[in-house]
Design a protein around this ligand. Structure first.
Ligand code: GAL
Length: 839
């Protein structure tokens, strides 16, 4: 199988079903509790984890990179220069930079994940502003092609194994070569691709993987990055092995949420030999503490030569610990393939046991409890690194969203990075998993199927989405496409409903195809739909789109800033308060997903230049909260909350009226200016309070009360000038694995340690020790400062830098300095860690 085709993704037939159920706690070395009905011999149980059976090697380190050229073959390493030299005329030598002997010593040395768009200069051209101001596209042939080369050695002893290389995501259109041999072309910027390279390897010698990545065309209307921005993996297995994403666990609870769980386990076995293979699969289920709670062995199955078969097993977990937002318990399936009774391959996957249900009248339920979806939509880029996020940043972002009170994440508008789903599984965040292309073309179906097959074990995923605001969504043709997509999807997973994010034509086209009706905006149409189609469950697939810039309180089109009160929105959008009040009042609406949790590059609505990133986020591109974040924090969380804004540095506006807002979930709030009460106001559920205050320097103070007692106090003070730098790392202990990061948030304060709200001092970072700075940012939507740098100006008092550990343990000290400010430093401990196996 040179790479997946649609057939490969769905072809395997169920070869055998039903075996033995085991459900007791066993020590790791214990024998299985199974007694198969059809079994020639009784081999001893394989060890639970046997790392010798397959190797999963991270292929992220030691790459070379160079820009090519989309128009000029000479600047594209002569690739395709003549029909005779190279390309696809003869097998094994595709010319250009693809071959083993090409000298790449002058190319840049890089590690993955990598996004070359981050290093391109900003081009201030209104045609580029929607995609983040970077020169990618037909008009920029010299910066739209990227070449990658990765040397690696495979020992002679691997001859006879199957070797596969998987790309988790490349933006985009990658032509892939190994040792000069053309492997194929992967058009999608978001789908994973895999190649079986067994035949092309030099065993006992050097090999080179080469990619020509073409980021000329876009799939989105937003920043998408450029290059190999997700992980690459090389896997070595026996010829008879578990296929990629071949393990699938479906769980159901037998008698309500306190009862035992039945597991239906399927393992897809691939027989890459020329003879039929007699296999059994041994499955162990490990509970969240790593204890074996069930073992089962399948019936023996004969897998035909060069074929795939699905082996099915059933198991029981007697006392399951359910996965939920609050208790994200994860189980693990370890599946071992035995060929003629001897273990030959092993693969494992995490999964969760939980029930979900979308009800037409009562909304969404998890484990039989109603859960209002308090979600955010997000793109995948972050300050400092573009689309190339180290895994830890996925966790950082999910933690920030959870901290706000969000419980759900929509992967708009594409299949996500697998590590984002891992973060959601581990931290307890529901996911609406969305494919990029709404179509039933072979390529679009292949992308959809690879997403579903890859992601279906993640308990966090509660909904699949097949479309976002598609022009054909309300048509009969759209319905036909949608039906084919649903059929393809349901061949792989029937445990979750499917939705489509529609912005008109509800009740028509794909409305009648999907299980759950998605609404993008348009509050007035939602009640009308529910009245006409009361039997269809509903979700707010996209809501709000309120725009704001962190720390700005008056619109400033010239500089590209939008006031951070909850008032600014484009034509189709809603304020935070409008949409949430509406959804919160309707039990039948399952909840919704705010556009967006974080600002992202591109799409700078309501402006064009000078902005290069969006204003939709509840947090900016660095993850610094805007005031709207606190609206949700107040009403989505349950603990007492109080947030007061704006800042109180309005020099020159003395005597002028300033709008002062408060978010609080307490009964009332009283506001004071320099100790004098400006009156108390009663809080309305899901609302906000406003005072118009004549500005005088000093202090505004909000006192929130409930049941006659002051419960919370917040104040904003007129600060002195910027005097100091304060550093706040998100973690002070990280792993010396060459991948882990700490995010160092920087605050500019006055002499008394109070944040200076308009400070824009340029901060220089100096790192000593076992790490490096991989990016800086400040959340300014109109900043053209470089991400890959060691200095950054503060924006409204804040900036940040991201520090990555090397593979050597030791302290990492970051010193931050700026002229006229007291400098500061912080030390991160990078502790010895076993790096992931790599090649
Ligand atoms: C929606 C669209 C999103 C984003 C948003 C901005 O229509 O689905 O991708 O563009 O508008 O408000």
């Amino acid at each position: 199988m040179p790479r997946w085709t649609r057939r490969d993704l769905v072809k395997a037939a169920v070869a055998t079903s039903a075996a033995v159920i085991g459900n007791r706690t066993l020590p790791a070395e214990a024998t299985p509790s199974s007694s198969p009905t059809h079994q020639a011999s009784q081999p001893a149980a394989p060890p639970t984890i046997d790392n010798t059976l397959r190797e999963n090697l991270l292929m992220d380190f030691g790459w070379r990179f160079h820009l090519g050229n989309a128009c000029d073959p000479v600047k594209d390493f002569n690739f395709g220069k003549t029909a005779i030299i190279g390309t696809f005329a003869k097998s094994g030598d595709s010319g250009g930079a693809t071959g083993s002997h090409f000298d790449d010593s002058a190319w840049s040395q890089i590690n993955l994940p990598h996004d070359w768009a981050v290093d391109l200069p900003f081009v201030l051209d209104n045609t580029l502003v929607w995609t983040g101001g970077k020169p990618l596209g037909r008009a920029y042939p010299e910066t739209s092609i990227g070449w990658y080369r990765k040397p690696f050695a495979i020992p002679a002893s691997d001859l006879g194994k199957r070797i596969r290389i998987r790309f988790d995501g490349i933006r985009r259109n990658a032509q892939v070569f190994i040792n000069g041999q053309y492997l194929g072309q992967d058009p999608s910027g978001y789908a994973p691709y895999e190649y079986d390279v067994t035949d092309f390897i030099n065993y006992g010698g050097d090999n080179v993987l080469c990619l020509r990545v073409d980021a000329t065309l876009s799939e989105g209307w937003f920043y998408e990055g450029a290059g190999i921005y997700r992980h690459v993996w090389l896997t070595k297995t026996a010829p008879v092995h578990i296929a990629s994403w071949g393990n699938y666990v479906q769980s159901s609870l037998r008698s309500g949420i306190t009862g035992p769980a039945s597991l239906r386990i399927t393992s897809e076995i691939e027989n890459a030999t020329g003879q039929p293979a007699d296999c059994t699969v041994h499955a162990s289920i490990l509970d969240p503490n790593g204890e074996i709670v069930a073992t089962v062995r399948s019936k023996s199955a004969t897998i035909a030569a060069a074929a795939n078969s699905i082996v099915e097993m059933q198991a029981t977990v007697t006392h399951p610990e359910l996965w939920s937002i609050e208790t994200p318990h994860l189980y693990r399936l370890v599946a071992t393939v035995l060929l003629n009774g001897k273990p030959v391959d092993q693969d494992s996957t995490t999964f969760g046991i939980r029930t979900t249900r979308f009800d037409k009248d009562e909304g969404f339920f998890m484990n039989d409890k109603p859960v209002k979806i308090k979600g955010t939509c997000n793109h995948q880029d972050h300050a400092g690194v573009g689309a190339a996020l180290p895994d830890r940043l996925q966790y950082y972002r999910v933690e920030l969203l959870k901290g706000m009170g969000a419980n759900a994440y929509r992967t708009s508008h594409n299949a996500p990075t697998p590590e984002l789903l891992d973060a959601c599984d581990r931290l307890g965040m529901l996911v609406m998993d969305e494919t990029r292309e709404f179509s039933s073309s072979p390529q679009a179906l292949e992308e959809l199927e690879s997403m579903v097959k890859r992601d279906r074990n993640h308990p966090s995923i509660i909904l699949w989405s097949i479309a976002n605001e598609e022009p054909q969504q309300g048509t009969e043709r759209g319905a036909r496409m949608g039906r084919s997509m649903m059929e393809a999807l349901n061949r792989l997973d029937t445990t979750r409903p499917v939705t489509a994010a529609m912005n008109h034509s509800w009740g028509k086209g794909i409305s009648g195809v999907v299980d759950v009706q998605g609404f993008n905006y348009n509050l007035p149409d939602i009640d009308a739909f529910h009245k006409s189609f009361p039997d269809q469950p509903t979700v707010g697939s996209e809501t709000a789109s309120t725009v704001s810039t962190r720390g700005i309180y008056a619109n400033d089109p010239k500089r590209g800033y939008v006031a951070a009160y909850d008032t600014e929105k484009p034509r189709w959008a809603e304020t935070a308060e409008d949409w949430w009040k509406f959804y919160d009042q309707r039990e039948w609406l399952s909840g919704g997903f705010v556009w967006t949790g974080f600002d992202y590059r591109g799409e700078p609505t309501p402006y064009h230049l000078p902005c290069i990133s969006s204003h939709f986020g509840l947090m900016d591109t660095c993850g610094f909260p805007k005031d709207n974040y606190f609206y949700y924090h107040t009403w989505w969380r349950t603990e007492p909350a109080l947030h007061l804004f704006p800042h109180w540095n309005w020099s020159g506006k003395e005597g002028q009226l300033i709008e002062v807002w408060c978010y609080s979930n307490q009964q009332s709030v009283e506001l004071f200016l320099n100790g004098k009460s400006l009156g108390s106001q009663t809080v309305e559920k899901n609302g906000h309070l406003v005072w118009k205050v004549n500005y005088a320097p000093g202090t505004i103070e909000a006192r929130a009360s409930s049941n006659g007692k002051v419960t919370l106090v917040e104040k904003r003070e007129t600060t002195g000038p910027a005097a100091k730098i304060q550093l706040q790392p998100d973690r002070t202990k990280i792993s010396a694995d060459g991948e882990d990061v700490s995010v160092i948030n920087v605050t500019i304060t006055d002499a008394q340690g109070r944040i200076v709200p308009l400070a824009d001092n340029k901060v220089t970072f100096t790192l000593t020790g076992e790490g490096k700075i991989i990016g800086v940012g400040n959340g300014d939507p109109s900043s053209y400062e470089a991400d890959h740098a060691t200095a950054r100006s503060a924006f409204n008092g804040l900036c940040m830098c991201i520090v990555q550990a090397s593979k050597t343990a030791g302290p990492i000290t970051i010193q931050a300095s700026s002229s006229n400010l007291e400098s500061s430093n912080v030390t991160i401990e990078s502790a010895a860690a076993t790096p992931r196996p790599k090649i």
